[in-house]
Design a protein around this ligand. Structure first.
Ligand code: HEC
Length: 133
């Protein structure tokens, strides 16, 4: 009985703090996005057709989360990419962001402009990605 009470109390706290840390990360990510990404990908995440790809409802982003993180961390994606049916063949520069900042920005872009992602990107995950390829 004692352990059941324990579970009933601890479990909601755990779930709540998980959700809370995602909300905090998204919030940090928003101001980082406004500093580092908004000039190309725009305030609504729609980019500039044919020049800067959209992040809002981007099929590429949701299919290539790991590649996207690497592109932000190490600079660029080699070769052309197709985002929502449009070709992009330019390169993002390395922006010198820390792993925790990249995690926050990812959580922001994955959960803004009607984007919805059920997992949280963690600093540990970004840290584990060591090279562009
Ligand atoms: C100077 C303009 C510029 C800035 C600043 C910039 N990007 Fe990009 N981004 C691009 C371009 C151009 C591509 C397409 C790359 C290619 O063709 O290889 C791209 C591609 C991407 C992609 C993958 C394609 C997609 O649309 O899903 C993601 C994700 C992304 N950028 C996120 C970010 C984030 C997050 C930031 C800020 C930390 C950022 N970008 C800053 C220009 C920029």
């Amino acid at each position: 009985m004692k352990s059941l009470k324990f579970i009933l109390i601890i479990f909601p706290i755990l779930i709540y703090s998980q959700k809370d840390s995602l909300a905090i990360s998204i919030n940090n990510g928003k101001s980082l996005y406004n500093d580092f990404c908004i000039i190309c990908h725009m305030h609504d995440g729609k980019g500039q057709k044919g020049i800067f790809p959209p992040l809002a409802k981007s099929d590429y982003l949701f299919k290539n989360i790991q590649e996207s993180i690497k592109a932000i961390k190490f600079g660029g994606i080699d070769g052309e990419i197709i985002v929502n049916g449009v070709k992009y063949d330019s390169k993002m520069e390395k922006m010198g962001l820390y792993d925790d900042e990249i995690a926050d920005i990812m959580n922001y872009i994955l959960n803004s402009w009607e984007n919805n992602y059920d997992k949280r990107i963690t600093e540990e995950y970004v840290k584990s990605l060591k090279t562009l390829k």
